[in-house]
Design a protein around this ligand. Structure first.
Ligand code: ZN
Length: 212
């Protein structure tokens, strides 16, 4: 649809502008019409950085201030920059997900960093975990507050269960070259390793960020 990331970003923000709340401090969310919805979905699917965030099927979308995704979170944890941002939100099985406008077509095949591809490879496991956990009276595993209808993060925990540590232990069994290119076999091995070793838990946004 577009050949340059710059052109795609410009088109994204032009379309987004039609929905941007005008004035006022607490504008309401605005539903995105079907035509623009399919455009946003197609654009997101064209970028490796965004593809894993959108469902393969049709989905509902709306535009809202980004800080609405962080409702209930202590103000000091939400930067002023985030508060000013407006995002397109897409409804997924795991709840709404914010899509920023940092679209990059060049990252289509290989994510830029090792951490990015490792995270991307296990994103599906994380989504499946979240969807299952949300079905049954979800609570934050740190502050024990109910997460019903709230934005949630999937927490990897700290120490030996943190994503960083699980990834490091996997990396010790591979050569640096294998890790960087992330060939299909290595990817599958990493996915299995993560499934076996990670201890996922649901956390509220505030606890998850405080726990980092
Ligand atoms: Zn909490």
């Amino acid at each position: 649809m577009y050949t340059s990331s710059t052109a795609l970003r410009r088109a994204w923000s032009q379309r987004l502008r039609r929905y941007k709340p005008k004035g006022g401090s607490a504008p309401r969310r605005r539903k995105v019409n079907p035509q623009d919805t399919s455009w946003f979905l197609q654009a997101a699917r064209a970028c490796a950085s965004h593809r894993h965030k959108v469902p393969d099927t049709d989905a509902q979308m709306y535009v809202d201030r980004a800080d609405r995704a962080f409702e209930g979170m202590p103000a000091r944890l939400v930067s002023r920059h985030v508060k000013r941002c407006v995002c397109v939100f897409v409804e997924t099985a795991a709840g709404p997900r914010a899509l920023n406008g940092k679209l990059d077509l060049r990252r289509e095949t290989v994510p830029r960093t090792r951490t990015a591809w490792m995270r991307q490879a296990v994103q599906r496991q994380i989504d499946v975990f979240r969807a299952a956990a949300r079905r049954d009276g979800p609570r934050c595993h740190l502050c024990h507050k109910s997460l019903q209808g709230k934005m949630t993060h999937v927490d990897h925990g700290v120490g030996e269960y943190s994503l960083k540590d699980v990834a490091r232990r996997f990396g010790e069994t591979r050569t640096p070259a294998e890790m960087t290119t992330g060939g299909k076999a290595v990817r599958r091995q990493w996915q299995r390793f993560h499934k076996k070793n990670a201890r996922l838990a649901l956390a509220c946004v505030a606890c998850n960020l405080a726990n980092k």
